[in-house]
Every structure is written in structure tokens, then in C-alpha cells.
Design a protein around this ligand. Structure first.
Ligand code: PMP
Length: 488
């Protein structure tokens, strides 16, 4: 007879107690392969429990691979693969390095943990996402609750590949405020702009693909281009954008498939291009039939002066693929963005998206929709503007006060970013960043934003996660290091 003890006062259900004890006896070798378990009727009588309880335990043991049974006969302990109790020396049989296409980030730490050179609070000028302290969590929680109550399980099903339709319809109306006229068929929701960029590259991908990119540009786009083995044709950025005569020459000579640009609050420079520049750039794309990818990642973050309309608002010939995201004003963790483009282009991208990840997260999309139509979005945006206007003013004032004049620093009219470029190569970028780290500030290395090696150091500062006092203190520390290297 097998000895099993049941505790009827326990919070663990009886059938689970039976499973645990029988599995323990089998794992420990007390019950061997081929041994019979007692008939369910007998065990039930022995334990003083219902037969159905034992039956359920036996079924689960069978499902977990412990026993086998034929209808009407006993359950028998079955031979199983040995468990990996002692994994032995670490390592896999497979040599994963070089097995396929690799991201250039392989081997790098994918979580940020700077070297602790400074004893005290590090001022972190790196993160480019809204400050968690300003996130409207309560209002959003209400929206999430409302949509779940109202729409229930349908939001937890697979959704439409193009995304939750009411949000797409909302975006049609919302984009009109920025002069963009698109229909609902010309919008697909994505899991953020990073996915939008990936879908675009999957669509354009072919051997020898050439892409024209501003230098510097968004680092994760450069990494993506590298992953797809695209050839990067770099266009150096000045204070007012790229040199358009050079863009023209490059379009003729290199015939890139598309040009990727960030007209507002460029990442990493923080600058915005003028209306005239945007018109001329669009004209060049039309003339040479080069697709223009316009990354409007911070479209709504203009807080000094009048907003300049996106290039997509002038796109009568449908050459622009416009990307938007909720990551920089609401919640990056929700992963909701969109692509607005010609209907035929959207249907190609949707067909790819269908095989890549089927559809997006409907619950997030529906909750964002609710958040927007309830008026919360506009209020939240006003609050962000008020806050970041103050922060950017504090940053620009501190630059004037602490940073040596010889260092060039951009003057953004919105967004979160500033860019500092050193006058010469008297110090290596990595050494300079080490010094900054030692002084208690963390910044993003300029090199991240270029596809070619740079000799003159530069770095990106994001004021997204810092309040005015922290920004001032951080700039003072940066100023001290830079004055030491370059003099006041
Ligand atoms: N474009 C730019 C310029 C960005 O800076 C980022 C995020 N840092 C993205 C796209 C991607 O944003 P998300 O995928 O969160 O929408």
C-alpha cells in the first residue's frame, strides 16, 4: 500500500496534495517505472475522499507525463526523460555566435548600469522618455478599467492587423490639427515607431539596399540599418538641417531607396528644420522619386514659438511615410505608435506585419483611445509643455552660465534633447565621458548616433527625467569638466 497523508485543513486542495506526494515518490525512485498506482476507488476509500478527487489527480499526473494508462485499466508509472537536476558545466551544444544575422548590440549590456565612479547622486541626462513623475497613471487606470468593462473579452482577442479602428479614426481627426489629411485606410497602428521602422526595412529589404540618413541620426535606426545590412549614405547635419544641394547630388549619384529624417527636435541634435527647408526637401524627393520617411516622434512637443507643419502635411504626391508614437508624451511601455502613408503602402506593410506579429495590443490601443477622447490627452500635453518649457529654459540658462563658449550647444524649441559638440579632438570622447561620469553626470556618447567613426567628441543631453534643480546642478558639473579641458 502506498502511504499518502492528506491534510484536510490545508489551503492546498486535496487533489494537489495527492499529485505532489505521488510525484515526489516517483521522482525519488520509491515508485519505479512499471509500478501500478492504486485503483482510484481504493485510494479514495483509503484517504476518505471522493473518487473524483483521486481521478483528477491521476489525470494531472498523466498530463504531466508521470504515468500512462489505458481506458479501464490501472495507471502505471512511465519511463521519463531524466530531469536536468545537475546541469553539469554551463554551455549549450549549439554555437550561437555567428549562427545567423546578428545585431551589432550582441554582447553589450542591454540594461543600463553606468560605472559607479561618483560617490553621490548621479545626474542622468540619458533617458529619452517622459518623466515617470509626470505620468498620468490614475487617469489612465480609469480608462483601462472603462474599456475593459465596456468591451470585455473582445479586447483580449487577436485584433485587426491595422489596429483598433476607433483609435485609427481618432488619429485621422487628430492629424488634421497638424495639417495632415489621411483616411482611416492610410493609417496602421504599430507597437511603437521602432516596429514601424522595422516593418519599413523588411518591406524595402533587398541586397544592396541604400538608405540616405542624416548624420548624426537616431541610434536605434542606425543599428537597424546595420542589422539589415543596408548601405548607409550619410548626410552631415548642420544647424539648419542637411545641405540640400548635397542631398540633391546624393539622390542623383546614389539613388537611395529612401531618406530618413526627423524634422522636429531631431534625435540627437534637438534642432528643428524650417518650413522652407521642408518644402525644398519634399520637392527633391518628388523629383528623384525617393521615399521620405518622416519620423514625427515628438510632433507635439513644441513649446517655444509657433509649430511648423510636418512634411506629410504637404505630401500631395504620396511619397512620405509618416511615423507617430505615443511613447514620448504618454507611456513608452504601452508600445503604441502608427504609420500614416499611401493606402497601397499601408497594405504592403500590413501584410508583412500580419506574418511578423499578427496584430498589436488592442487593450492598450483602446485605453489610449479612451484617454484621448475623454479630454485627458490635451490636458496632459499642456501640463507637459508647461513643465518642459521650464526645464528647457533652465537648461539653456545653465548652458550660458556654465558651459565654455568654445563648445557648441544646440538651442531646441521643444522636445527633450540638447547636443554638445567639442571644438577639436584634443581629448577622446570615451575619456571625456569618463571624466563626466567621475563628476557625477551621465550623458549619451555622440558616437552612438553615427554610422562612421567620429574623431571630434560630442554628446547628447536629455532633460526628460530631470527637474530644474537637477538640470542646473548637472550643467554645473559638466561645465566644470569642460572648463578643465578647454578653459573658460
Ligand atoms: N524614433 C525616434 C527618433 C526615437 O527617439 C524613438 C525612441 N527613442 C523611436 C523612434 C521609437 O519609439 P517607440 O518605438 O517607443 O515608439
Amino acid at each position: 500500500m502506498i502511504l499518502i497523508k492528506i491534510d484536510k485543513q490545508s489551503t492546498v486542495p486535496v487533489f494537489r496534495q495527492i499529485i505532489h506526494q505521488l510525484a515526489f515518490l516517483i521522482d525519488g525512485g520509491v515508485l519505479k517505472v512499471g509500478d501500478r498506482l492504486p485503483a482510484s476507488r481504493m485510494l479514495a476509500a483509503q484517504l476518505g475522499v471522493n473518487r473524483a478527487t483521486v481521478y483528477r489527480a491521476y489525470e494531472e499526473l498523466w498530463a504531466a507525463g508521470y504515468t500512462e494508462s489505458r481506458p479501464g485499466s490501472y495507471s502505471v508509472v512511465r519511463a521519463r526523460m531524466t530531469m536536468n537536476v545537475d546541469p553539469g558545466p554551463p554551455g549549450s551544444l549549439i554555437d550561437w555566435a555567428g549562427i545567423g544575422r546578428e545585431s551589432r548590440l550582441v554582447g553589450q549590456s542591454l540594461t543600463f548600469a553606468g560605472r559607479k565612479l561618483f560617490q553621490g547622486e548621479i545626474i542622468n541626462f540619458r533617458p529619452l522618455s517622459p518623466d515617470s513623475r509626470l505620468m498620468p497613471v490614475d487617469d489612465f487606470r480609469k480608462c483601462m478599467h472603462d474599456v475593459l468593462v465596456k468591451e470585455g473579452a473582445s479586447l483580449l482577442q487577436y485584433g485587426d492587423t491595422f489596429g483598433y479602428r476607433p483609435l485609427r479614426e481618432f488619429l485621422v481627426r487628430h492629424l488634421q490639427k497638424h495639417g495632415i489629411q489621411v483616411s482611416v485606410d492610410e493609417i496602421m497602428l504599430t507597437n511603437g515607431s521602432q516596429q514601424s521602422l522595422d516593418l519599413i526595412l523588411r518591406f524595402f529589404d533587398k541586397p544592396g539596399l541604400k538608405v540616405a540618413v542624416e548624420q548624426p541620426s537616431y541610434s536605434q535606426f542606425i543599428n537597424l540599418l546595420d542589422f539589415y545590412q543596408a548601405q548607409v549614405v550619410g548626410l552631415p547635419m548642420g544647424e539648419n538641417g542637411a545641405d540640400l544641394a548635397e542631398v540633391d547630388r546624393i539622390f542623383v549619384r546614389e539613388k537611395p531607396a529612401f531618406f530618413y529624417t526627423m524634422p522636429n527636435f531631431h534625435n540627437p541634435l534637438g534642432i528643428s528644420t524650417s518650413q522652407e527647408y521642408r518644402e525644398r526637401l519634399l520637392k527633391l524627393c518628388e523629383t528623384h522619386r525617393v521615399v521620405l520617411i518622416e519620423d514625427g516622434f515628438e510632433e507635439e512637443m513644441k513649446f517655444f514659438g509657433k509649430a511648423i507643419l510636418p512634411i506629410k502635411s504637404m505630401d500631395s504626391k504620396q511619397v512620405v511615410i509618416y511615423l507617430g508614437t505615443f511613447s514620448k508624451v504618454l507611456f513608452p511601455g504601452l508600445r503604441v505608435g502608427w504609420i500614416a502613408a499611401d493606402k497601397a503602402c499601408i497594405s504592403h506593410l500590413a501584410a508583412i506585419r500580419q506574418i511578423v506579429d499578427h496584430s498589436g495590443n488592442q487593450l492598450s490601443q483602446a485605453a489610449i483611445y479612451k484617454y484621448c477622447i475623454s479630454g485627458y490627452y490635451d490636458l496632459h500635453l499642456k501640463r507637459l509643455h508647461r513643465e518642459y518649457r521650464k526645464r528647457m529654459q533652465a537648461a539653456l540658462k545653465a548652458v550660458r552660465e556654465f558651459i565654455p563658449e568654445i563648445i557648441r550647444c544646440t538651442k531646441p524649441s521643444g522636445g527633450y534633447l540638447l547636443w554638445m559638440k567639442m571644438p577639436d579632438d584634443r581629448i577622446e570622447e570615451s575619456v571625456l565621458l569618463e571624466k563626466l561620469s567621475g563628476a557625477g553626470v551621465s550623458v549619451s556618447p555622440g558616437q552612438l548616433f553615427f554610422s562612421e567613426k567620429q574623431t571630434i567628441p560630442a554628446f547628447r543631453l536629455s532633460i526628460a527625467h530631470l527637474d530644474e534643480t537637477e538640470i542646473r546642478l548637472g550643467m554645473e558639473r559638466i561645465g566644470r569638466v569642460l572648463s578643465e579641458v578647454y578653459g573658460r
